[in-house]
Design a protein around this ligand. Structure first.
Ligand code: SF4
Ligand code: SF4
Length: 162
């Protein structure tokens, strides 16, 4: 067999663009971090995104999953269903998000379940929101802005919700 006819043994996320992935591949790309389910603020001047430790009311902190994934759009109108087209336009996706990484031509991190072989690795690497968030339903109006987490900067002015 000639060199050029050898099958490509690279994993699918290194071979395919987002739009080329099948449904199973697309779903498996989510690392389960839950960071896209957190309330964020955007600085209206420099567009910087700040994460809070406040989660969507459907987010289950113990499983780090949406509690109503299949009908989430009906329950939470603001929940964005990712597509190959809208991933590059979504400022709320963290730099660690697998969809964003692939859209930017980057590889997955070693803690990604597809690389590590364990769904738990995203949690043990402390990338995820598992067990470290509160529900938006538990907060009073205006309280969320005091929940910007330490790895972000102070956003108490010049910011709007995204
Ligand atoms: S940020 Fe990306 S990888 Fe993490 S849960 Fe959301 S869609 Fe999945
Ligand atoms: S509806 Fe579910 S998937 Fe959408 S932001 Fe809320 S918890 Fe996350």
């Amino acid at each position: 067999m000639g060199r050029n006819s050898e099958p490509n043994s690279a994993p699918f996320w290194q071979q395919k663009s987002l739009s080329e992935m099948n449904k199973e591949e697309w779903e498996s790309l989510c690392d389960g971090c839950g960071l896209c389910c957190l309330l964020k603020f955007e600085n209206i001047y420099n567009k910087e995104i700040y994460y809070t430790d406040v989660a969507c009311r459907l987010f289950d902190p113990e499983t780090c999953r949406c509690s109503q994934y299949s009908n989430r759009s009906q329950v939470v109108a603001a929940c964005v269903q990712l597509t190959p087209k809208n991933v590059p336009l979504n400022p709320g996706l963290p730099a660690t998000c697998a969809y964003r990484l692939i859209a930017e031509g980057k590889d997955l991190f070693p803690w990604h379940p597809l690389v590590s072989g364990s769904k738990n690795s995203v949690h043990t690497a402390k990338i995820s929101a598992k067990n470290r968030v509160v529900s938006e339903d538990s907060l009073a109006a205006g309280e969320a802005e005091y929940h910007v987490v330490p790895w972000t900067k102070d956003i108490r002015s010049n910011c709007k919700k995204v």
